[in-house]
Design a protein around this ligand. Structure first.
Ligand SMILES: Cc1cc2nc3c(=O)[nH]c(=O)nc-3n(C[C@H](O)[C@H](O)[C@H](O)COP(=O)(O)O)c2cc1C
Ligand code: SF4
Length: 457
């Protein structure tokens, strides 16, 4: 589908700064999370990945969000493609280099942290059962609810076709859920130590956090299933724990605005979820849409599906005080109008910044007529689904940014701080005790003072 060519326009709303949590974004445009399939086989950040993100930061996006980062060991065994990992201090070297590049080129860095893909996870070992809310419930993608263009692409790629049917699932136990949550919160701290300014909890698109919410994928009868407040429990508790673990950074959540499947989550329910998350300290809500692989029209939006998102955003904004981010608004002139009409606050773009990494600079400088608009043909997506680096017929540099000197950093610039803001804004609390217990006020209460043997006072 060929979209219209834009006219030249000076825009006044999308170009203005906005606060999220303790930080100010220099404009209202961000790189949406995309599993860009550039990590190494063990989830480590690669040179190409760093250059790819540097290009989007240099291109003027105020906020650069990673694709879903696997934040637990268990989750990392059931990945989408080659996701980044962050659950071990060994991951910090690559993550630190990544955030340094994003900061050097003037953007804030956001880590989209995932607890796992649940029934949408695929392991290299096909005999493993995917940990999910409910056992025996693999997904099966239907071609008629697939985003346009994807079905024809599926015909060409056997690897991409593997995504049509999920792996068999097993039910996660309560203690497993709770230890996953704890590991997740610790991994979010690691991400902050690695230099990320923003933690985005990954809750949309039929992945694990979403699966617990949905009556279609959560058939449990314990405290994490059944009635609505139980189905919300996993996400609400996770929000509380990450908020506690990472006080100095912005913490937000990406959710699907609705499930678009019969019997699935409604917009009213998701507005209720957003209110719960705001009450638990979320600094923003990032809206995507759709139920996941069984309904990809809204996940990787067609132009038609994307057209509805601003009005959906308006419904969320009516009840929230925190900023609302929406996805897939490629036309900046319309996005600017919608922001001024109060429908949403920040425009997050994915494929649009694949095709044109300079998009945000062009908007800031009134060169909107120079923007290359994404054709939504999904060739990039098919390459990612096949496990290879994305490429775009309209942008010959996508996937080979590593070859360009302009995305390398040199000496530290004045605006780059030596200590990460998240660490200096609020020291990270220790998570080696139950997260709900109070901090120990003074060491002396628990330790013998250093004065040789004798009785404790
Ligand atoms: C290759 C690819 C990978 C994606 N991976 C993620 C992801 O890891 N997390 C996420 O929340 N959304 C993911 N998405 C959805 C995008 O963030 C975005 O919501 C969607 O593509 C619509 O925006 P766009 O029209 O600008 O591409 C992905 C999309 C694409 C094309
Ligand atoms: S390949 Fe290029 S034009 Fe096609 S959807 Fe991806 S970014 Fe857009």
């Amino acid at each position: 589908m060929v979209e219209k060519k834009l006219k030249k326009a000076q825009l006044n709303h999308i170009t203005t700064p906005i606060k999220i949590g303790p930080f100010e974004l220099k404009n209202r445009m961000s790189l949406a999370p995309m599993n860009e399939t550039m990590a190494g086989h063990d989830g480590q950040v690669t040179e190409q990945q760093i250059a790819y993100f540097a290009a989007r930061a240099k291109g003027g996006a105020a906020l650069v969000t990673t694709g879903a980062i696997m934040a637990t060991r268990m989750g990392s065994k059931f990945v989408w493609g080659r996701n980044i990992h962050c659950f071990h201090p060994g991951h910090l070297q690559g993550l630190g280099m990544l955030t340094k590049h994003i900061h050097h080129f003037g953007a804030l860095a956001s880590a989209q942290m995932s607890m796992g893909f649940g029934r949408q996870g695929h392991s290299y070992d096909e005999t493993l059962l995917a940990p999910a809310p409910t056992a025996g419930l693999p997904y099966e993608a239907a071609l008629d609810t697939m985003t346009k263009g994807l079905e024809s692409i599926m015909i060409k790629s056997e690897s991409a076709r593997e995504f049509l049917v999920g792996q068999m699932t097993r039910e996660m136990s309560i203690s497993e859920i709770q230890s996953e949550q704890k590991e997740y919160a610790k991994s979010c701290q690691l991400a902050v130590i690695g230099g990320f300014d923003v933690i985005e909890i990954h809750g949309p698109h039929g992945y694990l956090e979403h699966e617990f919410l949905s009556p279609l994928s959560n058939k449990r009868t314990d405290m994490y299933g059944g009635e609505w407040r139980n189905r919300k429990r996993l996400l609400n508790e996770t929000m509380e724990q990450v908020r506690y673990a990472c006080p100095g950074v912005a913490v937000g959540v990406r959710i699907s605005a609705e499930e678009h499947m019969e019997g699935g989550l409604t917009r009213e329910e998701m507005i209720d979820v957003a209110k719960d998350l705001e009450a638990r300290g979320a600094d923003f809500i990032s809206l995507s849409d759709g139920g996941g692989y069984e309904e990809t029209c809204h996940l990787v939006g067609t132009a038609e599906a994307a057209g509805h998102i601003p009005d959906t955003g308006a419904d969320f904004k009516k009840v929230l005080k925190i900023p609302v981010i929406v996805a897939s608004q490629h036309d900046p002139i319309k996005a600017d109008r919608d922001i001024s009409a109060g429908k949403f606050d920040i425009s997050a773009m994915a494929r649009q910044l694949f095709i044109d990494p300079e998009y945000c600079n062009k908007v800031m400088e009134g060169r909107t007529d120079e923007i290359n608009i994404c054709k939504r043909c999904n060739i990039c997506l098919m390459r990612c689904l096949s496990g290879i680096t994305p490429e775009c017929p309209q942008n010959p540099w996508l996937g080979r940014e590593y070859a360009m000197d302009e995305y390398r950093i040199g000496a530290r610039l004045k605006h780059e701080s030596i200590l990460m803001k998240g660490v200096t804004n609020a020291p990270l609390p220790s998570l080696h005790r139950p997260w709900w217990k109070k901090e120990i006020s003074t060491l002396e209460q628990h330790w013998r003072s250093f004065r040789g043997p004798g009785q404790r006072k």
